[in-house]
Design a protein around this ligand. Sequence first.
Ligand SMILES: *Cc1c(COP(=O)(O)O)cnc(C)c1O
Length: 390
Amino acid sequence: MSTSDKNKKRMGTRAVHAGWEPDAATGSVMPPVYLTSTYVQDGPGRPRNGFEYSRTQNPTRFALEDALAELEGGCAGFAFASGMAAIHTLTLTLKAGDRVIAGDDLYGGSHRLFSQIASRFGLNFEFRDLTTSNAFEALPEDTRLVYLETPSNPLLRIAPIEEAAKAAHKAGAELAVDNTFASPIIQRPLELGADYVVHSTTKYIAGHSDVIGGAIICANREQAEDVAFHQNSAGTSSSAFDSFLTLRGLRTLPLRIERHCSNAATIADFLNNHPAVSAVLYPGLPEHPGHEIARAQMQGGWGGMLCFELPEGGPQSEALVSALEIFQLAESLGGVESLIELPAPMTHASVPAKERQARGISDGLVRVSVGIEDCDDLIADLSQALDRIT
Ligand SMILES: *Cc1c(COP(=O)(O)O)cnc(C)c1O
């Protein structure tokens, strides 16, 4: 099957087959885990089929990278040791003096990488609310990259991808979108004009809370060569074993996302109508400020993430998370099991308290990664916990 035939298949089919054809030698339907650091050469400087050293080339990693490129509709994909390794590698493609306009609601680790590390190497970061339509007016001349998350972590803010891409290109810059929260089943930023998609594949793509990984998918060849150069030079690539696990998880991504979305929508409604809950953030709720933009760009559903608040704030939220039985108190998201956490003392503790408050991350904000369990059991668990604390 040629690539162009394959691209005509629907996502549910592509996820199952992308990146690997049964191999000629054995017909194995999944790629072997190539646990080798190096490859024998036929003569000095004559590697077989281009394979020299595993940091640079590994067939198991290549299978995952091709699958990622196919699902996001990019020309090439790259797999990294973590989401942060991917984002770090993207910053390495910039140079001192370049300006990055970044969303002001980002994963805590991305904020820390930008403000405490990459900024020491001469990159200028400006954090803006990228959800408003005038956010993209007058991008400074030295802007090289616009970087956003949509839906954002943790507040599930929605930024308009197509508008961001147009504004970035007009200013001579590129657009990178962290698509971790949506996954390519829901939203494909490259089709909306973005130049790069980044992922923490730790989350929905691998999906089973058993591996740390990241990805960059590029829209064009020139960028892809640049990312490949930096992935190899900085040594940030994914191991063969982690690549295998991630590809194994990716095979069921469409099925899992369907269930994450339907469970999350039901739970968002339940919480929204519960008298003990003071606010619910979920892009699928009509009152969510980004609802209409989300409807246009999140075509596969509203996602499996939501946040909510309780009237008495921090202490009440702490009581709630310890009263739950199925929802596990843990950082991370996107796995089959439901997880719950408080961003302020947990995932976003690296964002200074003053900044957290300014951005709307209250101490009592509760973030939920809705898993794929039976939804009735999840509702029953939330219901008993809310009864116990009110
Ligand atoms: C978790 C996360 C990251 C970082 O990924 P790691 O795999 O933990 O390094 C980046 N962006 C978002 C949106 C995330 O949720």
